[in-house]
Design a protein around this ligand. Structure first.
Ligand code: BG6
Ligand code: MG
Length: 215
C-alpha cells in the first residue's frame, strides 16, 4: 500500500444535514416532496444527478436552464451552511489517524464528487493534510464511475492497485472497486458486501490488516 484516498462527505466531515436542508428548501420552492430517505439516496451522487433523483417526484418537465437555476439555488443555500463550519467539526480522531498515516509514509488524497471540496477543507483547516485532491471539478463522470479515484491516484503518482479507498457510500465502493483499488467501508458502506474491509470508527483504520488477504 502506498496511498489512502478518502471520500469527504460522510467520512472526513458530516455535511449530510446541510445537503438535506438545502435540497429541502429547494424542493419546497417547486412543491416537490423530499425527505431524509430520499436524501440518503444522494450520498456520493453528483449535484446534477441528485437533482434528477429529487425530480422523480415532480410531474412537469423542467428545462435545462430551470434545472441549472435549481442547482444554483441549492448550492447557494448549501454554501451558506458550509460557511458555519469550523475546525472543531473534524474530530480529533480523524486528525490523529491522518497524522499517523502520514508519519507512516503513506500519501493521502481526497476523492470526492463535491465541487465544494476545497471550500470545506479550508473551513475545517484540513487542506494541508492531503497531498492531492480529486473532486467534482476534475471529473466528467461521477461515482460509481472510477474516474474520481483514478485521477486521485494519478495526481499522487501511484498505481491504482497500491491505493486504499475509504468510503461511506455504496456508489463510492463500486467506483473504487472499478478502479482496481482496495476498499474500506465505513457508515452505510460498512454493511456493503463489496467493501474489502469494514470499520465502525475512523480509528479502526489503523487496525486493519491491510497486508493480509482481504476477507
Ligand atoms: C458528495 C455528496 O460528496 O458530493 C453528495 O455525498 C453530493 O450528496 C455531491 O451531491 C456533490 O456535492 P456538491 O458540493 O458538488 O454539490
Ligand atoms: Mg460520502
Amino acid at each position: 500500500m502506498k496511498a489512502f484516498i478518502f471520500d469527504l462527505d460522510g467520512v472526513i466531515v458530516f455535511t449530510d444535514k446541510f445537503h438535506y436542508q438545502a435540497w429541502k428548501t429547494t424542493a419546497d420552492s417547486i412543491g416537490v416532496y423530499f425527505d431524509e430517505t430520499i436524501n440518503n439516496r444522494l450520498r456520493g451522487v453528483s449535484r446534477a444527478e441528485s437533482l434528477e433523483i429529487i425530480l422523480e417526484r415532480h410531474t412537469g418537465i423542467l428545462s435545462a436552464d430551470e434545472k441549472a437555476n435549481l442547482m444554483e439555488e441549492k448550492n447557494n443555500i448549501y454554501r451558506k451552511l458550509l460557511d458555519t463550519m469550523k475546525p472543531a467539526d473534524v474530530s480529533d480522531e480523524v486528525r490523529s489517524v491522518l497524522n499517523k498515516l502520514r508519519q507512516m509514509g503513506f500519501k493521502l488524497a481526497i476523492g470526492s464528487s463535491s465541487k465544494n471540496t476545497v471550500f470545506i477543507l479550508e473551513k475545517v483547516q484540513l487542506r494541508g493534510a492531503f497531498d492531492a485532491i480529486s473532486d467534482g471539478n476534475n471529473i466528467t463522470r461521477s461515482k460509481p464511475d472510477p474516474e474520481v479515484f483514478l485521477k486521485a491516484a494519478s495526481f499522487l503518482g501511484e498505481k491504482p492497485q497500491d491505493c486504499v479507498v475509504i468510503e461511506d457510500a455504496v456508489a463510492g465502493i463500486d467506483a473504487a472497486k472499478a478502479a482496481g483499488m482496495i476498499t474500506v467501508g465505513i457508515g452505510d458502506a460498512a454493511s456493503y458486501k463489496k467493501s474489502d474491509y469494514t470499520i465502525r470508527s475512523f480509528a479502526e483504520l489503523l487496525d486493519i490488516e491491510l497486508f493480509k488477504e482481504p476477507k
